[in-house]
Design a protein around this ligand. Structure first.
Ligand code: ADP
Ligand code: MG
Length: 257
């Protein structure tokens, strides 16, 4: 790529329309040397990087993921896990499911790293320029109840449809009432029909087949629940708690598709 094209592209990334003709005319007017044009290119490259860093930092801040000591794939010890599907978990860092519109569920007993993996996925999304939003199932339930009371269901729904990566931690902490269930499945359906990369990440102690007990509604909504797992990656992590323990042997099984 030529220097002018590069400057044009970097300017575009910081939101400035700078056609190569305009830039070349400006350089010519100022009798700019090759070195000058290289210096201008460096400034635009720097601005582009600053803009990118600001975007990532804004995505992290609005994601509700912990900013202090974030959980990442790099600080997850995959050696703790054994089984043929550990590579499936390692490869989540590529965010392939985000691009293939697959949802992910991390299922297993407390303390084995489900929330860690879910947050690592969300953090990775932000670093690669995708919005993420993290909340627990109980927080989600409360958010929907509050939104109904304040007559702001629309904006609550939009806030959960927009991020490429929506993380719902600990499905099964509570049972959603009929109205909240309907709103939640509206979110699911709108995300399903949305263009662009997208995944919903769930964690739970309970297998997805038993999740209907956490929602209150009729058959059609339970079909939406099936749809959630149409093409999902269900990672069943077996083993003992990592919390406060030394090395443990965990068995990982990934199923689904
Ligand atoms: P869960 O959500 O399955 O109950 P967490 O993800 O909250 O478990 O894990 C409990 C704690 O142990 C967290 O601080 C997490 O970072 C840590 N942890 C769990 N598994 C691992 C692992 N394989 N490597 C590094 N830290 C881990
Ligand atoms: Mg957890």
């Amino acid at each position: 790529m030529g220097l002018y094209e590069k400057i044009q592209e970097d300017a575009d990334m910081v939101g400035i329309d700078l056609p190569t003709e305009e830039l070349a005319a400006l350089m010519q007017e100022n009798n700019a040397s090759e070195e000058t044009i290289v210096a201008v290119a460096k400034v635009f490259e720097h601005l582009r990087k600053k803009k990118w860093d600001a975007t990532v930092s804004m995505y992290l801040k609005t994601s509700r993921l912990p900013l202090k000591n974030p959980k990442t794939f790099d600080n997850f010890d995959f050696n703790q896990l054994h089984g043929k599907d550990v590579d499936v978990l390692k490869n989540l860092k590529t965010l392939s499911p985000l691009y293939s519109h697959n949802n992910i569920a991390f299922i297993g007993p407390p303390g084995i790293g489900k929330t860690h993996l879910a947050q690592a996925y969300g953090t990775e999304c932000c670093h690669r320029g995708h919005k993420a939003y993290f909340l627990t199932f109980t927080e989600l339930n409360q958010k929907l109840t509050d939104a109904r009371r304040a007559d702001r269901v629309g904006s609550a729904v939009n806030g959960m449809v927009k991020p490429a990566c929506l993380i719902i931690d600990e499905v099964g902490q509570c049972v959603m009432d009929r109205d909240n269930t309907r709103i939640f499945f509206d979110v699911v359906n709108r995300r399903y029909n949305k263009e662009g990369p997208g995944s919903i990440i769930f964690t739970s102690n309970v297998q997805p087949e038993q999740w209907s007990g956490f929602f209150s509604d009729d058959h059609s909504l339970l079909c939406s629940l099936d749809r959630l797992f149409d093409t999902a990656l269900v990672c069943t992590i077996k083993g003992k708690s990592y919390r406060g323990k030394g090395r443990l042997t965990l068995a990982v099984e990934a199923a689904g598709k």
